[in-house]
Design a protein around this ligand. Structure first.
Ligand code: 5GP
Ligand code: ZN
Length: 102
């Protein structure tokens, strides 16, 4: 989607280090850390937030991706946050899940 920062990162218009990637999502470090280890799990396809994702396969892949990146990076304990909507604190309207770890 035009003018979406995470779409631009997804299609490499804006360079960013992918810590993990598969067919459905990629993982980058949050530019504004909210924990010592602040990761963002971002869908490759644009969807504004969780309310816009109805594909059960993709919903499962998001949870599998969260587990896979934590396994890859040896993160054993973590918080997962998915802000959905402005009043819930969502700032970027392209689906992402935060992984927050110490
Ligand atoms: P939200 O509040 O929407 O759940 O979280 C959006 C997150 O994206 C924020 O924590 C913010 O720091 C992060 N963010 C916004 N723009 C960029 C960017 O260009 N690069 C990276 N790595 N993170 C970003
Ligand atoms: Zn987008």
């Amino acid at each position: 989607m035009k003018d979406c920062i995470f779409c631009k990162i997804a299609n490499k218009e804006i360079p960013s280090e992918f810590l993990y990637e598969n067919d459905y999502l990629f993982v980058i470090k949050d530019i504004n850390p909210k924990a010592p280890i602040p990761l963002l799990v971002i869908t490759k396809e644009h969807a504004a937030n969780l309310n816009e994702i109805n594909d059960e396969k993709l919903l499962a892949e998001i949870l599998k991706g969260i587990k896979a990146v934590c396994e890859k990076l040896n993160i054993k304990e973590y918080k997962t946050v998915i802000n959905t909507g402005k009043s819930a604190g969502q700032e970027v309207f392209h689906f992402h899940a935060h992984i927050l770890a110490q």
